[in-house]
Structure formats: C-alpha cells, structure tokens
Design a protein around this ligand. Structure first.
Ligand SMILES: NC(=O)C1=CN([C@@H]2O[C@H](COP(=O)(O)OP(=O)(O)OC[C@H]3O[C@@H](n4cnc5c(N)ncnc54)[C@H](O)[C@@H]3O)[C@@H](O)[C@H]2O)[C@@H](O)CC1
Ligand SMILES: [K+]
Length: 512
C-alpha cells in the first residue's frame, strides 16, 4: 500500500474533485459520513458525552460535519471550535452554517478562554489540525492539547493526531495529541511508523473516502506499507519435479567462543524457509554442538578454535549470511576483508559483519552488489553516522544505500527496507520479538530466500514480513514475554501457511 506525502494527498483530493465532478464540500461530507458510521457502529447510540475539538481548516470542517451527523442521531455532543486563526476554510464555514441551521452553537475557544471540563468517561474527537499543520501551535493551543491529553478520556483523532507534522518531528511532544485511535483518510501516513512520531498514536485505521483510484495507482511514492497483498506476489512456488539442488545452498559464516548459538539460529532459519542445503562456517569450538544438535546442517570449521581466521566456502554456495556472533578479532577482520575481496556472491551482512564494516569503511566499497545489511539502530548509527531525527535517518539511509548499492534493512517496531530511493515499511511483528537471537533468525531467513533465487530486495521485504508473521504467531501462542528466537523459527512453517489462507465469506480465513 502506498504511503503518500501531504502534497500528494492534496493533489489526489483536487484530482478526485475534478474527475468525479463533485465539490470539495461533497468530499468532506463523504469523509464525515465514513467517520460517523465508524463511530455509530461502535457506540450504537450510547449515552456518552462526545467532545468535538475542531480547528478552522478542513480537518476542523470534518469535525463540524461529523457533529451534525452525531446530533441528528441523538448523541450528546459538545462542539468546541479551536479558533487559532481567522483564516477559516470555505468548507469549514459551510459546515458551521449547517450546524447553526440546526440550532447548534459551538463554543469558540481562544487564547484567554477557560478550557472545557472533560469527564474521564467522555469521548474526544480530535479535529484540531490535520495534514495542513505547518508550524508549531500557539501556546494556548498547545496548552489545550495538553489539557485534552491529561483528560484520560478516549481520544479519536481524525486523519492524524493534531500537532503531528507529516514531515518533521515536533521538538515539543507535549504539543501533540496522544490518540487512542486514528481514523486516517485513504492511505496511512509515514509518521505512524517512525519511532519518534508513531508513539503519539495507539492504533490507526483507514477510511476509504473514494479518492481517484487511477491517481493513487499512478502516483509514485517514496514509501510503501508492506502487508500480505504486497508480499504474496513475491513468493516463488516450489515445483513438483524439483530436487534439493533447485533450492540453493545457503552458507552462514559466523560464531565465536560462546556465540555459536547465533549461527545455529540463523542456519535453522535458512532451512525453515526452504533452502535446499545449509552449511555453516564456524570456529572449531562450535563443531560438536552444531553437528550434534542439528543433523540437517553441514558444518565447516576454521583452523582456529575460538574465532574465524580464514573464510572458506563450499564450491556450490549460492548465498552467504555473514557476521552473526562472529566477533571482531583482528584475524576475523582480516579474514572478512579478504573474503570481501574474493567473493561477489549474494550476501547478507549482520551484527559483527556490520561492526567490522563500520570500523573499516574502505570495506564498504568491496561489498557485492545489492548486499543486504540488517542493522539495528546502534549498528546503523555506526554505519551512517548520527541523525537529527527519524526523517534525517531515512534520508541518510537512502543516501548510504545509493552510494554503496546495498539494501538496508532498518530493524525496529516497523522494520524499513531501503533500496533505490524507496522505503518498504513492514506491517507486522510485535514487542515480544525484541529478544536475543531474533535478528540472527532474520539474517537466516533472508539468506535462505536469496539462496533460493529470490532477488535480494524481494528476499529482504518478504523475509522481514515472514519473520514478523512467525513472531506474531509465536506471541499469540506464548505471550510476548515467552517469544524466543527458537519459537520464531518454529513458527516459520505456519507463517508460510498463513500467507496462503484466504478469507471465507464469514470472514474466517481458509487455506487456499
Ligand atoms: N485531502 C483530502 O483528501 C481530504 C482532506 N480532508 C481533511 O482536510 C485536512 C487538511 O485540511 P487543511 O489543509 O485545511 O489543514 P488543517 O485542517 O490540517 O489545518 C488548518 C490550516 O491551519 C493553518 N495552520 C497550520 N499550522 C498552524 C498553526 N500551528 N497555527 C495556526 N494555523 C495553522 C494552515 O494554513 C492549515 O491549512 C485533512 O487532514 C483532512 O482531515 C477531508 O475533508 C477529506 C478530504
Ligand atoms: K486531527
């Protein structure tokens, strides 16, 4: 699903109005009707007080139009116009008049007003600012936002939490609404997924307001939200008359004394995503544990007991995952350096592989084309340097990916895969996956997919989704706390099966 920026949404709005030959007011009415049915289907006429805080632009217009629907359906409402400017939008004014025609007079709030009292069981509709916010709210509006946040009432934000910029991080978090739920029009917004801005909302949902499909389809975006419809076409089916040689030979290079488990996890994940053969290259100390615990996995060892000093691959290797648990011993650094000189094979680089690159930046130019790098935030910082905020981080990551022709997988609550100027934002996963070895499993999954001929970018996008889905199945069976790297691996098979379930008429998913 595409993630549009504010300019693109305004353009879609304009294009739709022209193509469908409707007024902008009709589009606002459509939006208000969608919000109303959402609210009405949940509240079913309940006698709960609803406070609507409406700005004076089109977001406020949505709120005012919603107020009319609510009052016509018998809801107990209070409309507060947050009068932060005299530049009221045309459609806001049209809807204000319609409200007045129904003898409903909003309360106008300004810089020296008293803020309305809000009961903790009331509901708040936040329609103060939408995507048009372009400067910090004035002091009194910021205080009002604080007052709303402090109320403990349920906050439903229209389109975006008010005070949240679409393209920068507010330096004053107290000036942003903390929404329990956001009803966002047509497409998700990038800010929902970034750690510094996503914290202002608990959940979001899309409302289709019928913006022009052709426009939405043709417009290229910098970011895409990756769900099941996006990953399914990337899947490469297994063929009846195939044999293990058709599914590649994945090699995991890594491990050091006390960290052989990382290699074990990555290699098992390779197998579970369907890699035909899996070999590990590890220091001698890991030979017995790996060989005895995982009969399917072949083991090659370094001549050193505790660390890697010379990397040697099986002759038919098709993809390499390097770095997990590998350590940064000087001989390992030298081995990795000459390995990068010698091999142009598809590669996933993680953990100490990334740390070695960060310490020896000249090695970055030796990476094979489209190497997949899977840094967590600290590793990313070592690679691309400090960033000012999440937007700056994405800009720097894109520049780095372009400079070194690599695919960056920025691990986090919403993992973002960066390549060729685009960002692919993953939709699943859960906090239970913040656990030891979870990243090693991801490295194994992506390596195993590349070994089977998935193009590296697709392997990264598909692999991140599959990893998240396995983690979600894991947490649904074990709870967040008991999710471990091993339970994620154990659920990879179920995750594949989940991918191919389709919705039945009753909404239950059925295998396809
Ligand atoms: N584009 C679309 O597809 C549709 C948009 N709609 C609504 O329209 C919203 C956008 O409306 P607007 O462009 O009017 O913008 P907003 O309602 O977000 O903001 C109002 C106006 O206030 C001004 N402003 C910005 N920051 C300010 C500040 N800190 N203090 C004082 N004034 C400030 C700006 O001129 C801005 O246009 C969307 O978020 C959505 O809720 C809906 O009506 C449905 C259709
Ligand atoms: K809002």
């Amino acid at each position: 699903m595409k993630i549009f920026n504010a300019q693109q949404i305004y353009a879609a709005d304009k294009f739709t109005i022209e193509k469908q030959a409707i007024t902008s007011d009709a589009l606002m009415e459509r939006a208000a009707e969608r919000i109303f049915s959402w609210v009405h289907s949940r509240l079913q006429g309940a006698k709960v007080k609803i406070h609507l805080f409406c700005g004076i632009g089109n977001n406020g217009g949505d709120g005012i139009a919603l107020a009319r629907h609510l009052v016509e359906n018998g809801y107990e409402i209070a409309v507060h116009v947050v009068n932060y400017s005299d530049k009221r939008s045309k459609d806001f004014l049209i809807n204000l008049d319609r409200l007045k025609e129904r003898k409903l007079w909003p309360e106008f709030l300004d810089s020296d007003c008293e803020f309305p009292e809000i009961g903790h069981e009331d509901i708040i509709i936040d329609a103060i600012f939408g995507i048009g916010l372009n400067r910090a709210p004035e002091d009194w509006v910021a205080k009002l936002i604080g007052h709303i946040n402090d109320s403990a009432a349920f906050i439903l934000s229209i389109d975006v939490p008010s005070g949240l910029f679409l393209d920068k991080v507010s330096d004053k978090p107290e000036q942003v609404i903390r929404a329990n739920h956001v009803l966002s029009f047509q497409a998700p917004k990038l800010v929902f997924f970034l750690p510094e801005t996503g914290v202002f909302l608990n959940q979001w949902e899309l409302l289709d307001i019928g913006l022009d499909q052709e426009y939405l389809y043709k417009t290229e975006t910098d970011f895409e939200f990756i769900g099941k419809p996006e990953v399914l076409p990337l899947y490469i089916p297994r063929l009846k008359f195939s044999h293990k040689g058709n599914y590649g030979h994945a090699v995991i290079v890594g491990g050091s004394y006390g960290k052989i488990g990382a290699v074990n996890l990555a290699a098992r994940a390779c197998l579970k995503v369907g890699s035909g053969l899996v070999t590990t290259f590890i220091p001698e100390c890991g030979y017995i544990p790996l060989q005895t615990s995982e009969p399917e996995i072949m083991v090659l060892t370094d001549e050193e007991e505790d660390f890697i000093s010379k990397i040697e691959l099986p002759s038919n290797a098709s993809a390499i995952g390097v770095g997990v648990g590998m350590g940064t011993h000087e001989q390992t650094v030298a081995a990795f350096s000459s390995f990068l000189n010698d091999t142009k094979m598809p590669m996933v680089i993680d953990a100490d592989g990334l740390n070695i690159l960060a310490e020896n930046k000249r090695l970055l130019n030796k990476m094979p084309q489209q190497a997949v790098l899977t840094p967590h935030p600290k590793e990313l910082e070592r690679l691309i340097g400090k960033w000012e905020d999440d937007f700056d981080k994405l800009k720097k990551a894109k520049a780095f990916s372009k400079k070194y022709d690599c695919i960056l997988v920025l691990k986090g609550a919403h993992t973002i895969t960066i390549y060729d100027g685009k960002g692919y934002i993953n939709s699943n996963g859960n906090p239970g996956m913040a656990t030891a070895g979870s990243g090693d499993v991801l490295t194994g999954i992506i390596t195993g997919l590349i070994a089977q001929n998935y193009p590296p970018l697709y392997a990264a996008i598909f692999g991140v989704y599959l990893h998240g889905l396995s983690g979600d199945i894991s947490s649904s069976e074990n709870g967040y706390e008991a999710v471990t790297a091993s339970t994620i691996i154990a659920n990879i098979g179920k995750a594949f099966m989940e991918l191919f379930k389709r919705a039945s008429p009753e909404g239950q998913e059925q295998p396809q």
